[in-house]
Write a new protein. Structure first.
Length: 245
């Protein structure tokens, strides 16, 4: 079975010994992205991170277990209640994956609902697509990363950035989205909503959100990179939040 081709390449599913797998190949233009995923994922082993079964750096391609599920983008589009217990569970699992990544000096740089898979039946959560990831936390000037609505100001403005701080911003945007079913800055930091946030400190938030959730959102979306919480700190504060709900 072959899935529709995307911008970066193609996915093909096959079955062996009763188990399903997916082969991910890159278009010639994006071979470096696949090689980057191979180099990073071969060193990661975590229950919430997609794993590599085998790979070939010459072609290049890699094989991963087939995840019978849907991505968080689809889950959000089908959800009736924002900030639900199930969505918070997914968010907590993503934090677990990212904490492990950061402890192993890996930074994802493209955290968004489309890169989070939820398995049918088990509700197991997987962080996928490490094509933009890096295993260095030194200041970087590689700006063709991530997705506009989830990228922090420094990346969009092409200001050298620290990868860890990019991940922290992106999980803040992700949390906002699971609480509101929309991103805070549609169009990135060039949107009127971002300009308003910088001037007034206000975000578009439903009145139904509890004060503790609102406070947590504001603690995450910090335009100044050095003021952002680390993933470990975010996970700690999120655990505190859950006990208050």
């Amino acid at each position: 079975m072959t899935f529709p081709k995307g911008t970066f390449g193609s996915l093909t599913m096959f079955e062996m010994n009763g188990k399903k797998f997916v082969v991910k190949r890159a278009n010639p233009t994006y071979e470096r992205s696949i090689l980057n995923e191979i180099n990073i994922l071969t060193d990661l082993q975590h229950k919430n991170i997609v794993s590599i079964v085998s790979y070939d750096k010459l072609e290049p391609f890699y094989v991963m277990p087939y995840i019978n599920g849907r991505d968080l983008y689809f889950v959000l589009s089908e959800s009736e209640q924002p900030a639900s217990e199930f969505l918070f569970y997914i968010y907590g699992e993503v934090l677990n994956a990212l904490e492990y990544c950061h402890e192993n000096s890996v930074y994802h740089l493209d955290i968004k609902p489309e890169n989070i898979m939820i398995e049918h039946g088990t509700n197991k959560v997987y962080l996928i697509d490490f094509g933009h990831a890096t295993n260095s936390n030194i200041i970087s000037s590689k700006f063709n990363i991530g997705t506009l609505e989830y990228d922090p100001p420094e990346v969009i403005l092409k200001i050298p950035y620290v990868p860890e701080e990019v991940d922290s911003w992106q999980v803040g945007i992700l949390f906002y989205e699971i609480c509101t079913f929309q991103v805070p800055f549609n169009g990135g930091i060039e949107s009127a909503d971002y300009e308003k946030y910088i001037k007034t400190g206000n975000l578009r938030l439903p009145y139904s959100l509890k004060d503790t959730v609102v406070k947590f959102i504001f603690s995450l979306i910090r335009p100044v990179p050095a003021e952002r919480l680390s993933i470990k700190e975010i996970k700690c504060e999120f655990k505190k939040l859950i006990t208050l709900l």
